[in-house]
Ligand binder design. Sequence first.
Ligand code: ADP
Ligand code: MG
Ligand code: MG
Length: 198
Amino acid sequence: MSWVRAVAAAMTEHEERLTQLDSAIGDADHGTNMRRGFATVVTALDDRPPGSAADLLTATGHLLVSGVGGAAGPLYGSAFRALGRTLATPDADLATALAAALDAARELGAAAPGDKTMIDAFAPAVDAFARRTAAGDALPAAADAAAEAAERGARETIPLQARRGRAAYLGPRSVGHQDPGAASTALLFRALADAAAR
Ligand code: ADP
Ligand code: MG
Ligand code: MG
């Protein structure tokens, strides 16, 4: 729960920046979508606290799919659902679950790395997390490396031309702006690192 709460707080704190990014290459609603979506999640989970971390993440996914408008809600929602479902299986670890979450978002959105989407932050974060975990790092260090990789990936969307989502309609005019979904993915991983460090 501390991660989901930290995400909700980060989306509220960064709502304006995310919406500003989306106003440059989208329809100026990404910050609102994310802030509202995670606020709804926190309220719903406070009302009916789930029994396990896996159930909590699965419930978060369902709420994001049904409650958040736009492209990002279903994409993040299916990622959280996959995260929860994978963690509910015996012997699953967070690295495996994060890989399943990335797969779910990639399957739904059909975006490849370099298409200027959330995948450009998500994929390097999952890679970094897996590498650090395999090297024997504990959760806080692995999550910090994942957050750094996501932040770098988000910055590196700036020179890219969008090939998926609303921004793709802009063609070359999408170049020179950071992708809002990649920026919110970086916030998600930074919140995970913050929650893990506490
Ligand atoms: P909308 O574009 O419907 O208003 P949002 O503004 O909430 O939705 O989210 C936009 C973000 O969603 C983009 O910045 C991008 O990162 C992500 N996105 C859009 N389409 C895709 C896709 N097909 N695959 C992965 N991510 C996508
Ligand atoms: Mg938008
Ligand atoms: Mg929209």
